[in-house]
Design a protein around this ligand. Structure first.
Ligand SMILES: [Zn+2]
Length: 126
């Protein structure tokens, strides 16, 4: 196999990753920091339990999105940590007011849902 043929593709992927790095995951104890950083998913832990996830809305509106992680409260999200330091959220995140952002958060990447008013559907697994 001639790996040189794949070189342009590898370089292209590197360039894309450079301009669109995945969100970092930061675990905090008990409370969120007063100011959240962009492109960061925060997981708030209390006594070893994951209580909530939070992030700045990826649409750029500046609002903070809070996702409950406690299974006995609704709505509830599941967060999955990956070996490369990124995280995924399940199900999708949907703001039903203001900017109406609706997206899946997979491996640190935001995958927008095309029709924000349509019911959530599973994205293709890439
Ligand atoms: Zn927004």
């Amino acid at each position: 196999m001639n790996w040189l043929l794949n070189l342009p593709l590898l370089i292209w992927r590197g360039v894309v990753a450079w301009f669109d790095p995945p969100y970092r995951t930061v675990v905090t104890q008990d409370i969120l920091p007063p100011k959240l950083k962009k492109r960061t998913l925060y997981i708030v832990e209390d006594d070893g339990y994951q209580e909530q996830a939070a992030m700045l809305c990826p649409c750029g509106c500046g609002r903070v999105l809070h996702m409950n992680l406690l299974p006995d409260e609704r709505p509830c999200w599941q967060v999955t940590r990956h070996k490369n330091g990124t995280s995924s959220l399940y199900p999708s995140v949907w703001r039903k007011k203001d900017c109406e952002s609706h997206f899946w958060f997979k491996k640190g990447k935001v995958q927008w849902c095309r029709d924000r008013r349509a019911p959530p559907t599973e994205p293709r697994d890439t």
